[in-house]
Design a protein around this ligand. Structure first.
Ligand code: AMP
Length: 216
């Protein structure tokens, strides 16, 4: 089963993808995570992406499309499918994805649209902390680690993403409204979009996904 997760920054896509990955045995492809890894490694792609990622703007479509194409051509066959998290983010990316999937004889079964309010996004992103080592996600209030600043799973150092500051968050939300909201309409027209209320806790959000899969 293959999924696309759509929604504003802070809507909970990454958190739900982690839960789905573990419970449904899926491969998690997060374009944000891939870009951050490329930046950390100092690769050509990482160097090109840096200024866009740090200011909260979108990385150019051609870079993202070829990056994701390589990942789709190299999927782990022991998994039950994949989750695209953070891609597509523009209508051009959605069209490119359709083309790629056609060529690879694959399809998307569900597009989950995480619907969330701005105030919730702001609170979530300002308090978000991420493990530098394994990528696990925490929140200083809603999901604090057992030991401050350290990951419960691997003991790695927790850090605040550079783009999780109030100014950059505002820009990312604006970019989302302008460029990614039309992607929601793109999939609505195709009839595979399912809306999920993600103003609630991570468990309550996942419960809605479970219900949806039960009724399929
Ligand atoms: P995320 O971790 O999904 O919030 O993504 C972090 C940043 O990576 C975004 O603000 C963009 O700069 C960049 N990015 C991630 N995915 C995409 C995409 N599909 N298209 C363009 N830029 C992206």
């Amino acid at each position: 089963m293959n999924f696309v997760l759509l929604g504003a920054p802070g809507a909970g896509k990454g958190t739900q993808a982690e839960i789905m990955k573990a419970r449904l045995n899926l491969e998690h492809l997060s374009t944000g995570d891939i870009l951050r890894a490329e930046m950390k490694a100092g690769s050509e792609l990482g160097k090109k992406a840096k200024q866009f990622v740090e200011s909260g703007s979108l990385v150019p479509d051609d870079l993202i499309i070829s990056m994701i194409k390589a990942k789709l051509q190299d999927l782990d066959s022991s998994k039950n499918g994949f989750i695209l998290d953070g891609f597509p983010r523009t209508v051009a990316q959605s069209e490119a994805l359709d083309k790629m999937l056609g060529e690879l004889d694959m399809k998307i079964d569900y597009v989950l649209y995480f619907d969330v309010d701005w105030e919730v996004v702001k609170e979530r992103l300002l308090g978000r902390r991420v493990c530098r080592q394994c990528g696990a996600i925490y929140h200083i209030k809603n999901k604090p680690p057992k030991v401050e600043g350290r990951c419960d799973i691997c003991g790695g150092e927790l850090y605040q993403r550079k783009d999780d500051t109030e100014e950059v968050i505002k820009n990312r939300f604006e970019v989302y409204k302008e460029q990614t909201a039309p992607v929601v309409d793109f999939y609505k027209t195709k009839g595979i979009l399912k809306a999920i209320d993600s103003n609630v806790s991570a468990e309550d959000t996942y419960r809605q996904i479970e219900e949806l899969l039960k009724n399929r």
